[in-house]
Design a protein around this ligand. Structure first.
Ligand SMILES: C[S@@+](CC[C@H](N)C(=O)[O-])C[C@H]1O[C@@H](n2cnc3c(N)ncnc32)[C@H](O)[C@@H]1O
Length: 255
């Protein structure tokens, strides 16, 4: 644990240094290329570290092997990044919104441990990708979960995986987040939005859909708050993601 903490600390210091170098206009393209290559190598080891930690802490659970194994087999020949590249061209959203990345299982575990989950809670991942978070939260916290995404293959495969894993309290919906209806999201009590790369217009549309929900529901966003006066930030805390350390905003609906 100490080694991973120290490694994370040095990686973040390095990322900050690279950001400063890139901000300076005088940096030559060769220097930038060098730093990009180094960053990619560091990122590879950083993600390997996160995965080893996950194996160490969760591999005693049979469901974890089944979930990871079936996801691996399902995306063995074409990974989520290439699926987003192919199907994203046909999706009615800007490519910027389709930047792919996954929340590590241990990170979503830590995030949700900040809230006192009840058996009556229902977790909704807005932009669920291939559904890792949706499967994990259901299996680890024993609460119903729903994943929503615009990419058809993610939803089609996630539905097959749900069946193969024998999960009855997990569901997936293929939908544009701009057009969510109360029927689709009304059962949710905890919403998770990894919209770091989302454009402002999409975030505003999502906000208007979430405003349909009752007072008291919780919303978790990354990097920035939801542009809505009906949601109040109750806590901000940094967590580790595959793309670095990110501020996580915990909201409660107040209006
Ligand atoms: C960064 S990934 C997050 C995956 C997952 N939430 C996680 O944390 O592991 C963002 C996802 O949002 C989806 N997305 C982007 N814009 C969307 C939209 N307008 N409607 C539905 N899904 C969208 C993308 O297809 C992508 O799978």
């Amino acid at each position: 644990m100490l080694i991973i903490f120290l490694a994370n600390h040095s990686v973040n210091k390095y990322f900050e240094r690279v950001q400063n170098i890139f901000r300076k206009n005088k940096t030559s393209p060769m220097t930038q290329l060098f730093y990009l290559v180094v960053i990619n190598i560091i990122n590879l080891f950083y993600n390997l570290g996160l995965f080893i930690l996950e194996v160490a802490l969760l591999s005693h659970k049979i469901w974890w092997w089944k979930m990871r194994g079936l996801l691996f087999l399902s995306y063995f020949s074409d990974g989520p990044y290439s699926i987003v590249r192919k199907e994203g061209k046909r999706a009615p959203v800007l490519p910027q919104n389709l930047t792919y990345g996954e929340t590590p299982c241990l990170t979503i575990r830590k995030i949700l441990q900040e809230l006192e989950l009840k058996p009556s809670d229902h977790f909704v991942d807005l932009g669920c990708g291939r559904g890792l978070t949706v499967f994990f939260v259901n299996q680890y916290f024993h609460i119903p979960t729903t994943g929503i995404d615009i990419i058809p293959t993610f939803i089609r495969r996630a539905k097959v995986l749900t069946k193969n894993l024998g999960l009855t309290q997990v569901s997936f919906i293929k939908e544009n987040l701009s057009w969510l209806t109360l029927e689709q999201i009304g059962k949710g009590t905890i919403f998770y939005l990894t919209g770091t790369a989302f454009e402002e217009e999409l975030l505003a549309k999502i906000a208007s859909r979430l405003e349909l929900l009752p007072i008291g529901i919780k919303l978790i966003t990354l990097s920035e708050t939801l542009p809505s006066t009906q949601f109040q930030v109750i806590k901000i805390k940094p967590f580790y993601f595959s793309w670095g350390k990110v501020d996580v905003y915990f909201h409660e609906k107040i209006g």
